[in-house]
Design a binder for this molecule. Structure first.
Ligand code: TXA
Ligand code: MG
Length: 328
């Protein structure tokens, strides 16, 4: 596989590969995507095979902007147009009734489609030149930590991908916010790069919350309880509790690492990664940190949970699902 810096010539190569039915690694502002021509069912099926993802989990179709919305969706409510106008291009995915031509491979056989216009300049250049939609889940093996650099994509797939466009480290660092608009009141299906409050303010309403009971019906793999996980057991909890448990494990002779939210803990001898105590910067750091520590041959990674405030909602959601053990 070649990791190629973004340039007009490399965008040309990527577009040619996509037209040829191949998969590519694509930078977006949230996380890197594993992209295929959304109109080519065989290419989309190859995404599932490479990721090891169950075939009934739908993938997001990436488009250049709101002007392409009605090529993929129908019965588009006013709220969808307003959200697209306010937040696209950007980290927001809208779930809408699909147009009949959208392949089942994309929608997991559901009658809805997820649409997002990414803002990363390379993703925009690719989409403008390609013309069509790009089906792209995060470029990681199913259930694993999402990639925020081209190197992460390479670490996941080695030579199985012909091209990964290297657009640098992702600006947002966690996946897009997903809003369900296909039926009933707008629903927050996954918190992400656009805050719940910003969406509620724009629409002048409270978003409904996705209920667990609905999971069987609306298959959002990011809602599986175990997802975004490093291979090393990840143990999360309130800072004090986590510090104590990490210290006890260390004193038992275990090889452990500690991820703090804010300054490192005064715990001698334990390897630590001190992340920002601010949600946007923390989001940019967390997946890379988990990946780095995952290579450190630790028996466990302990992680101090950030405060449970709205600004941390997306980060909390990912940490909750990434955790193997949640201390009270
Ligand atoms: O930021 C992002 O959204 C990244 C970048 C690459 O755009 N993509 C991403 O894709 O996170 P993925 O496949 O890892 O997660 C997309 C989520 C999945 O949980 C999927 O089930 C859900 O979106 N989804 C896609 N289409 C859907 C649909 N029609 N109905 C319900 N959920 C859908
Ligand atoms: Mg994913």
């Amino acid at each position: 596989m070649s990791v190629l810096p973004v340039s007009p010539a490399h965008i040309d190569l990527a577009v040619a590969a996509l037209r040829d039915g191949q998969l590519i690694g694509m930078p977006t502002e949230t996380v890197y995507g594993l992209a295929a021509d959304a109109d080519n069912p065989a290419a989309v099926r190859a995404i599932f095979a490479l990721k090891g993802r169950p075939a009934d989990h739908p993938v997001i179709v990436h488009i250049a902007g709101a002007q392409q919305l009605d090529q993929w969706a129908q019965e588009i409510p006013d709220a969808a147009w307003r959200l697209a106008e306010a937040f696209w291009p950007g980290p927001l995915t809208l779930i809408l009734p699909r147009q009949p031509h959208v392949p089942d491979a994309v929608t997991g056989g559901q009658d809805t489609v997820g649409l997002r216009a990414p803002s990363h300049p390379a993703a925009q250049a690719l989409l403008q030149q390609f013309g069509g939609g790009l089906a792209a889940p995060s470029a990681n093996r199913f259930g694993h930590v999402s990639p925020t650099t081209a190197q992460h994509v390479h670490d996941e797939f080695g030579d199985a991908l012909p091209i990964v466009l290297d657009g640098g480290a992702c600006d947002v660092g966690v996946e897009s916010t997903i809003v369900g608009l296909a039926a009933g009141a707008p629903t927050l299906l996954r918190p992400g790069g656009i805050s719940r409050e910003a969406i509620q303010d724009l629409l002048g309403l409270q978003l409904q919350h996705h209920k667990k009971a609905d999971t069987a019906k609306v298959r959002v793999s990011g809602l599986l309880d175990s997802h975004y996980s490093p291979r090393t057991p990840l143990i999360t909890g309130a800072p004090e509790r986590v510090n104590d448990q990490a210290r006890l494990a260390f004193e038992r002779g275990e090889r452990v690492a500690l991820i703090t939210c804010g300054p490192a803990a005064p715990t001698r001898g334990i390897d630590q990664a001190a992340l920002a105590a601010e949600p946007a910067e923390y989001a940019r750091q967390i997946y890379d940190t988990l990946r780095q520590l995952d290579r450190g041959h630790y028996q466990a990674i302990y992680l101090q949970l950030p405060p449970a405030t709205p600004a941390w909602l997306a980060v909390h959601d990912r940490l909750h699902r990434a955790a193997h053990t949640r201390l009270g």
